[in-house]
Design a protein around this ligand. Structure first.
Ligand SMILES: *Cc1c(COP(=O)(O)O)cnc(C)c1O
Length: 369
């Protein structure tokens, strides 16, 4: 699924422009200073003050009763599944969602649940799609217990769910007795792009988490929120899965720093993504999905060079992008500035020009991951 011309191959020049993922952001000096100064305690027994204040802060941000700190977004998704569902249950989610395509079948492997994949453009299904997939209880069939959405849609192109769709989907799920889960890996990107404040965006969703290790620039960490009872149940799974921590305040301090300094600036990432998409769409044979946030998906097949070849050629010039779901993906974040976007466009333009002139590069690097 993810293609990377070996990023640390010593025969390659260093990566200067890293558009591979917003997970590649590095903690800044100021963030590291905040981490160094963090007050800490034993997180596992609820005694880390910096983790506790972060959880209170995220619970308030998302308008939920309680929250807990997790090492990653992936563990939030599986812990939510384990808390909401029993073996033999079914989750309804978009066919391209992270829980379907990028989590190593965790929900079946650990939760004993199946996921019913729903169709729809850009990683989103409609309330009608959901209505068609819902069915009355029947002992021949899996029990439908959870509806899950992804904000923003990752493989769907960083798209923001229309607020009205979120509200109607949550209401429909409730009418049928299903719980609702939002994978909010890039929820703050969605909020900054749409102007919908987080707690309004997630009203009606029983569980929701945000990731600090992506565009927010922290080294690790995610916080999941929900009702007090739900979070108590997720704590059990966090413990069972080995996700309970010790002096995690070091990491929570980075998350506090990210909320203080790195949220409003997500708008810059969206402008950079838009500039990149606009520039690419002016090049012959490149098909670009117009971005709404910080992910730019494009396909260069029409230009006479393959996605794999262009990815490898860019890497040779110090520009790292990925291939996801068969398309090229460039991701903007706080370590990418407008000049880097211009340079990426210049290099891409030159590569396509060389290719058109028959002066092609044949060096294609091996595939990893
Ligand atoms: C990155 C991502 C995850 C997983 O988060 P990690 O912190 O990498 O474990 C889950 N869902 C979506 C949509 C993501 O983009």
């Amino acid at each position: 699924m993810v293609y990377a011309p070996v990023p640390d191959d010593p025969s390659l020049p260093p990566v200067r422009i890293n558009l591979f993922s917003d997970t590649q952001t590095r903690p800044s000096r100021a963030m590291r200073e905040a981490m160094a100064d963090a007050e800490v305690g034993d997180e596992q027994i609820g005694a880390d003050p910096t983790v506790n204040s972060l959880c209170d802060r995220v619970a308030a941000l998302l308008g939920k009763e309680a929250a807990l700190f997790m090492p990653s977004g992936t563990i939030c998704n599986i812990a939510a599944t384990l808390a909401h569902c029993r073996p033999g249950d079914e989750i309804l989610a978009h066919e391209t969602s992270h829980i379907v395509s990028l989590e190593g079948c965790t929900h079946a492997a650990l939760g004993g649940v199946q996921i019913k994949p729903l169709p729809g453009p850009s990683g989103q299904f409609t309330p009608d799609d959901l209505r068609r997939a819902l069915r009355p209880p029947d002992r021949h069939l899996a029990r439908q217990t959870l509806v899950s959405v992804e904000q923003t849609t990752n493989l769907g192109g960083g798209k923001v769910w229309p607020q009205s769709a979120l509200e109607r989907i949550a209401a429909l799920a409730k009418t049928h007795g299903l719980a609702t889960h939002m994978d909010g890996a890039r929820l703050l990107n969605a909020s900054v792009a749409s102007g919908v404040i987080p707690r309004e965006m997630v009203a009606g969703w029983d569980s929701v988490w945000i990731d600090f290790s992506k565009g927010l620039g922290a080294p690790l960490g995610a916080v999941m929120a929900g009702s007090r009872g739900f979070i108590d149940e997720v704590w059990r799974w966090k413990q069972r899965l080995g996700g309970s921590l010790r002096q995690a305040g070091i990491c929570a301090a980075a998350c506090h720093y990210a909320l203080d300094h790195n949220v409003d600036r997500l708008a810059e990432d969206h402008v950079n993504a838009w500039q990149l998409a606009a520039g690419l769409s002016r090049l012959e044979g490149i098909d670009v999905q117009p971005p709404e946030t910080n992910l730019v998906f494009f396909d260069v097949a029409g230009s006479g060079i393959s996605n794999e070849e262009l990815t490898a050629a860019l890497r040779l010039r110090g520009v790292l992008v990925s291939i996801m779901g068969g398309r090229m993906r460039a991701c903007t974040h706080l370590d990418v500035d407008a000049a880097m976007i211009e340079e990426t466009l210049d290099i891409t333009r030159e590569l396509l020009r060389q290719r058109a002139a028959g002066d092609s590069e044949r060096r294609v690097y091996s595939v990893a991951g």
